[in-house]
Design a protein around this ligand. Sequence first.
Ligand code: NOJ
Length: 550
Amino acid sequence: MGEHTFLSGDSTWWRQAVIYQIYPRSFSDANGDGIGDLRGIINKLDYLKGLHIDGVWLSPFYPSELADGGYDVADYRNVDPRIGTLEEFDEMVEKFHAAGIRIFIDIVPNHSSDQHVWFQEALKSPKGSAARARYLFFDGLGENGELPPSDLNSHFGPNGWTRITEPDGTPGQWYMHLFAKEQPDFNWDNQEVRDDFLYTLRFWSDRGVDGFRIDVAHALAKDLSGKMPGYREWGPESIALDGSDPIFDRNEVHEIYKTWRKVFNEYDPPRVAVAESGAPAARRPLYASAEELGQAFNFDLMSANWNRKDYKKIIARNLKASKSDGSSSTWVLSNHDTIRHTARYGLPKDTNWDAWYVGGFKPAVNYQKGFARARGAIMLMLALPGSTYIYQGEELGLPEVLDIPLDQIQDPSFLRNPGKGRSRDGCRVPLPWSLTGSSFGFGSGGAHLPQPADWGSYSVEAQDHTTWSFLNLYREALWRRRQLQTSEDLKWVKSSKKLLHFARPNGWHSVTNFSDKPVKLPKGEVLQTSAPLVNGKLGAYSTAWLFIHP
Ligand code: NOJ
């Protein structure tokens, strides 16, 4: 490991940072094997700099058999050889830091890959061994242990238990997996597991990583000493509010993050973290507190309808919550797990987009509406106090890819639920960089998920010099936000029922027209709009930023 440039100084840099999520396998492929890589990311540094972001978050790039797009980690302290090397990782950190861009990486502590050395060792070791104790192995029910310990379902359905074959060839114990069977859950009562993650956090922090996104942060600690938990609905509603659920958001999980915080604070500036937690909103402040991870994702805008009232409620609630825990809010419109918001906003009213099945239920998307709302939404979101997460490709206004042939789908949440599962592959299709050419500039060897024929029209090349392109809207708004971002206060401004209007203390106003007709703008200096004004009025679904003397 060479010397690194550390971005030091301000320890509050994260509070209002814009973080761009890179899904490495689908970003840019420099070696032409169809899979994006670190060299591809390094090659796009100028592009990222031109977006005026503060940091990038890399989804998992670790060695993995890709049973869940890399969220099945076989080695937490290495780079998948298809994606690069540790030397390239160091080079990336060095170059990004020199350009003023911070690096977040994903930590996946609830489960490993079944290819992880520890799980392989557990399979070869006898029942009751120290190697088995790092995971959640149990005897089955029934006369010969042929039935799973309970009817627990996995997040990817249908079962949350898989039976192993013992080293002597006989059918053996069962292990718990809240996700795919290739993702065995760790036993967080095990000290070796705890120590190993502290070691991993230091390993990457020493390499200059600035922050960590913590996967399924609420599931680590489990209490399986009583009746074995069985079938359950997934979601915050099903979780006890007092930390007593046997699987999720137990009080003990918060003790774990307190030990992580000690590690973060060993560094200057302290490393930061954001929880991806499905815990009930009322418990989010625990994860977000300065004693634990410091921030917790609020995905509320990601699931909100295009509705003024809902937006206002969500914003007010989250700003209040983050004030109470000393954190700052996180805003998200899209990520690698959900339908792209250009499509979401173009669905017929009240469509349950979460039940969008590839190969099944496919409502028609009105993209004209979807694009206009997506443009309005990003400007609204960027004007909010707090940090913002942008998912790769949303700056190009990418649509959701709906026609991936069923035999090319990679997502276990689809594959494990025949006929029912929702595929997340439609938002993970490799990015288009050029109008034409092999995989539209993604790489010389094709793309690991099929790109639609018109993908080039969304490419960076197509949008680079086009006025009113999505890309230039993002570039300009992000640049402007950097100049305008101010203290974390927000004040609602009384307005017509069609508009959502708020102001920041320095006179920066954001006005969004939630209706489908142009609306008169309040008086002020127009700084930027998400679409051209219509006879001087704010067009349907559009946002304007104004300066009004405070
Ligand atoms: C959340 C991640 O965002 C998702 O992609 C993954 O499938 C699950 N956690 C399991 O790791």
